[in-house]
Write a protein that binds this ligand. Sequence first.
Ligand SMILES: [Zn+2]
Length: 342
Amino acid sequence: MSVYFSKIHGNEALRQRIGESIAKRSHSHAYIIEGPDGSGKMTLARSIAAALSCEDKAGDTLPCGECNSCKRIFSDNFPDVTVIDSAGKATIGVDTVRRLKDDVYLSATESDYKVYILSEADKLTVQAQNALLKVLEEPPDSVVFLLLCEDSKRLLTTVKSRAQTLRMQLFSPEELSEYLEKNSSDARTLKRTSAEKFGAMIEGADGRIGAALDLCDSKRLSEITAKREAVDAVISAVTGRATYSALYDAISSLPQKRAELSESLSMVIEALRDLILIKKSPTVSLCYYFEREKATDLSSLVSLKRLCDVETLIEGALDSVLKNANVNIIMTSLISDIKKCC
Ligand SMILES: [Zn+2]
């Protein structure tokens, strides 16, 4: 057995470790799978469930993805794999966990294992988590719990101590870009047809391969492209010898609504930090730029002092935006402050 969880992108070390433990049947009875939306948590959970019930014991991939059990698990149609979510509610209460506990001690019907996927474990109330503890402490041998969450800090320490935590890998823009070019024809097409859209997709994915693949083909991509273009215009105005009107146009074209403006200002700060860092260390991992060459070129146009000064001014503006100060006044004084430090 050599290939584990082929439906998951990246995360090689994690896949190897869990795959081997399942192949040897030395896996844990409970895992917390932590990572933001689009990082592959559910795919990993279904893959673990499929690996436990896969009928192809002699093949070189686990799960095989082709046997009857694998196919039914991946299409959410297998009696021994139960997915529990909040059904659109804000929390998952103790009643849901009580029903789960009644079910846990019944034998599996088709597999050797019963798997419970709690796809929004961070919505479990404290009472629900306490109710779950007992069964996490003494689970039947054939049961595996998979608790999916964006941030395991929301889980009780007592719950965390009874499960192994698996963190989904996040990728730098460069790693994501390289990975997608190698593995996704949609991403290759996007890069060939529009470098701006490809860049926006990398930005919007925020390090998550699943999210990047979703974005390759979506309307949301146009929104992110527009946001990124506005940020690029600000960076170009502050790095070049921009006239007052170019600076004014660039900053005025940022969104006016507070939430969107703060997001755009954060992106400008990320971009400026990339330019500052690349001046200090050419191989540093970048946050905003996915093309190192572009960041290096932009960074070479402007002094370190100016980059730092502008970054401080934009941080100040973001701070005021977040403190509910008047957006027009903040942006007008930002333009004049940047112009003054030219
Ligand atoms: Zn299979």
